[in-house]
Design a protein around this ligand. Structure first.
Ligand code: SAH
Length: 393
């Protein structure tokens, strides 16, 4: 077993059970891409078993802090069993479920979503890549499923020195799948959709949106960055008279419209607008339109903290415009999925947008990702999605 030694004093984050070691903390020791190494302090004390990533800034990702544990097929079976067992106890109103959420499930660099009878996995680190076949077998064994699609095409693989790879890892056939979320039928394509095909993390926030629309009798809804219309279906289910979905992806909008019909709503209650959100918001202000409820669920404006400042301006801009477009008493469901923008900063940005627009608002709810997107106290980076529901005074 190869040993990687840390610089003096650099063991502190591992002692706090944070699963990453950055390049600058490593004193010496080399291994192949994804190879399991023994991590020791400068003084030679065991700290963790970790996978080595020669090209990434995140040089080590911890598999286990237990010196007696072996990282082998049994290890992956145990971790996967633990993650699945957790999901059976969580309140998840869908058969679309995140089964493995990377670091928070003790499996750094591994994302696995289940869509009905189909699994979709992303191997995002050198370590998870190296154990890909073992992980695939353990996943099929634990779930009893026979279809596993791979979507290892995220940009973060480049940082790990890995090529992108997609396709059936196990099984074959159509990549089009259907799920039931709350009372709604939704479809996705594991090969073509964003991420693994769908934004499962917004599941509970879509339900809150439906409930809020119903409770406040909101009629006119604008769903910005709608993707395939999850929040639009929620609004219609909540009784909205009309919803406009705005997205820059034509295939996503086609599916959003199909979802309206699939769920038995009159197609006349939905408009799909293939456009830039910022421009659309300005155009709506110019033409004097207004809404009872607006969703802002943009893509990641700040992948890391280094982009936070520019991202903050972009978030503030769309939030200011959306707040202006709301009628008094209307609700803004606003989100950020940027790892580089924390909940506190996001709150400040939205507050700043309100000030600039001359609008006061009640914070009706603070939102995060659905609980199958596990978060742990030792890995704050896992807390990526944050949202606020603001009711305009
Ligand atoms: N709310 C959605 C997920 C949104 S993901 C859900 O519940 O499923 C973000 C979406 O923003 C993507 O669909 C992407 O196509 C879209 N997008 C990115 N930049 C955009 C822009 N400038 N204008 C409009 N849509 C954009």
């Amino acid at each position: 077993m190869k040993v990687v030694k840390l610089r003096e004093g650099k063991e502190r984050s591992l002692l706090r059970r944070h699963p990453w070691v950055f390049q600058g903390s490593v004193a010496g020791g080399k291994a192949d891409s994804g190879e399991t190494v023994r991590v020791e302090s400068f003084e030679g004390k065991f700290l963790a078993w970790a996978s080595f990533s020669p090209s990434s800034m995140i040089r080590l990702r911890v598999w286990s802090f237990d010196e007696a544990e072996r990282v082998d097929a049994g290890y992956f079976e145990r971790r996967i069993a633990r993650a699945l067992e957790l999901r059976t106890r969580l309140p998840i109103a869908s058969d679309g479920v995140r089964l493995i959420h990377g670091e928070a499930d003790g499996l750094p660099g591994l994302i696995v979503d289940r869509y009905g009878g189909t699994l979709c996995a992303q191997f995002l680190s050198a370590g998870s890549e190296r154990w890909r076949a073992v992980i695939a077998e353990a996943l099929l064994g634990a779930t009893g499923l026979t279809r596993l699609y791979e979507r290892s095409d995220s940009g973060v693989r480049r940082l790990e020195g890995l090529e992108s790879r997609t396709g059936w890892l196990v099984g074959e056939g159509t990549t089009e799948v259907a799920i039931r979320e709350h009372a709604w039928q939704l479809t996705l394509d594991v090969a073509e959709g964003h991420k693994t095909g769908f934004y499962l993390d917004q599941r509970d926030n879509r339900k809150l949106f439906a409930d809020t629309v119903r409770h406040f009798c909101y009629q006119r809804v604008l769903n910005c960055y709608s993707y395939t219309g999850g929040f639009s279906i929620a609004a219609l289910a909540g009784g909205a008279a009309h919803v406009t979905s705005v997205d820059s992806s034509a295939p996503a909008l086609t599916r959003a419209h199909a979802h309206v019909v699939l769920n038995g709503f009159d197609a006349a209650r939905h408009d799909a607008l293939d456009a830039d959100v910022n421009q659309t918001l300005r155009e709506c202000i110019r033409t004097g339109r207004s809404f009872d409820a607006i969703v802002l669920d943009p893509p990641k404006f700040a992948p890391t903290a280094a982009h936070a400042e520019r991202a903050a301006r972009a978030y503030k801009d769309i939030n200011r415009l959306a707040l202006k477009l709301l009628d008094p008493g209307g609700a803004l469901f606003t989100f950020s999925c940027s790892g580089g923008v924390g909940a506190e900063l996001f709150h400040k940005i939205v507050a700043g947008a309100g000030l600039d627009a001359g609008i006061d608002g009640l914070i009706y709810a603070r939102l995060s990702a659905a609980p199958d997107h596990a978060m742990t106290v030792t890995f704050p980076e896992g807390e990526y999605l944050k949202g606020l529901v603001v009711i305009k005074r």
